[in-house]
Design a protein around this ligand. Structure first.
Ligand SMILES: Cc1ncc(COP(=O)(O)O)c(C=O)c1O
Length: 415
């Protein structure tokens, strides 16, 4: 490591950046040396990339909870001005973005870390707290990265059904196991878009057994009226909050995300993966775009309204036509009952050039639909009615979306 890079950055901060980022970078390669059976599993799954089918250019892609608006103009301007400086490492760019984030949330130095997206640090947050004798407790249905990390770490899995209002059932989660390593809460939840009240999460944090952590994934929080749990971090609670720039900020391909937690919990990430791995921090252009997005006062309210308007219109259309939608979504997605195996329906929709999201085993007859643009949702509505009018089973054997199964963000699963 070139010592020039440390200029202007405190030694501890620098080590934290490098440590956290390199751990994230190595999430998967690290397992090769750490747990041979899991590594073998990863390798096997990598071969799942074979047979991938590209989508045609006119396909409406509302399968992966991406943001069709892409990065905001403020972020694009920042990327352009920063690109020319890409020949240098520019740790100051990186630090400036962390400072802005910390300033906005009243966080002390070392209580957050910036990563390329939130999937890597989410794995680290999960994996550094679970194991064969430290189970994972999580909502069902919810984002699959929790149980996938548990499988990798050979941690017992305790899925807990959501409540009648599709919130995480914190009382049942507490009862699920006397001493889990971690509780994973996605708020708003993926795939339902529904909210778990903050008071419920605080109750879990205050009543959970010592030695466990509560991981709160706020990937979709900006779309909602949800109250963030980030303020629990400066109170030094046993919580890890995840944030991403992939959703409302439209930077899924640019990769930036924050983990917010007590320094000792972030330091624990280094236990997952070896210390000598190569460094993969956020690129300076992504760091600059993330900072510009944070400082763009109009971005979140504007996009939140655009998303809510189109989501409301889409859900109203479906309910008016007699289709059942899981109520209460505040995210950029909703679940709709297609009255047949969701995978089959996905295939039928794909034939109509509309890629809708996947299904969950707790709700096999539902598919998840991401909120696209107005015109994308108009195409979705037409295709949806057409496919629902087909007899169940009609689309068997149709083309299937296929994406690399090993990729961490479950959103990239299009099958
Ligand atoms: C709940 C949740 N957490 C985390 C992620 C990971 O997102 P990223 O790695 O793009 O930040 C996703 C992706 O869709 C998600 O749905």
């Amino acid at each position: 490591m070139n010592s020039d890079m440390t200029q202007g950055v405190s030694r501890r901060s620098f080590l934290r950046i490098v440590g956290a980022a390199s751990a994230a970078a190595t999430t998967f390669p690290a397992f090769a040396s750490m747990t041979p059976p899991a590594a073998a599993g990863q390798t096997a799954r990598r071969s799942g990339t074979r047979g991938m089918q590209p989508l045609s250019a006119d396909t409406v892609v509302i399968s992966s909870n991406e943001n069709p608006l892409g990065p905001a103009q403020s972020a694009l301007t920042a990327i352009c001005s920063m690109g020319a400086q890409g020949g240098r490492y520019h740790w100051d760019e990186y630090m400036k973005t962390i400072d802005v984030f910390n300033g906005q949330f009243g966080l002390k130095k070392d209580y957050s870390a910036l990563f390329p997206g939130s999937s890597g640090p989410l794995d680290l947050a999960l994996m550094s707290n679970i194991g064969p004798d430290k189970p994972l407790v999580y909502g069902d249905p919810s984002y699959e990265q929790g149980p996938r990390a548990a499988e990798t770490m050979k941690a017992p899995k305790y899925p807990v059904p959501l409540t009648a209002t599709y919130a995480h059932d914190v009382k049942a989660m507490l009862k699920a196991h006397p001493s889990p390593g971690a509780y994973y809460i996605v708020n708003p939840n993926n795939p339902t878009g529904t909210i778990t009240p903050k008071e419920d999460i605080v109750w879990l944090v205050n009543n959970k057994p010592a030695g466990s952590v509560v991981i709160i994934d706020e990937a979709y929080t900006h779309f909602s009226d949800n109250e963030s749990c980030i303020d629990l971090v400066p109170q030094d609670k046993d919580v890890i909050v995840m944030r991403t720039f992939s959703k409302i900020y439209g930077m899924a391909g640019l990769r930036a995300g924050f983990v917010v937690a007590r320094p000792d919990l972030i330091d624990r990430f280094n236990n997952v993966g070896g210390p000598s791995q190569s460094l993969a921090s956020v690129s300076i252009s992504s760091a600059a775009a993330a900072r510009a997005s944070l400082l763009d006062k109009d971005l979140v309210p504007l996009r939140k309204k655009i998303n809510a308007d189109i989501r409301t219109e889409s859900v109203e259309f479906l309910t008016k036509h007699g289709y059942k939608v899981i109520p209460g979504s505040q995210g950029n997605m909703f679940m709709v009952d297609v009255k047949r195996p969701g995978k089959q329906f996905q295939s039928a929709m794909l034939k109509e050039n509309v890629a809708v999201g996947r299904t969950w085993s707790a709700m096999p007859n539902y598919v998840r639909v991401t909120v696209g643009t107005k015109s994308e949702m108009a195409k979705f509505q037409t295709a949806f009615v057409k496919c629902m009018d087909m007899p169940a089973g009609a689309a068997n054997g149709a083309a299937e979306l296929h994406a690399p199964e090993f990729h961490v963000p479950s959103e990239l699963y299009r099958g």
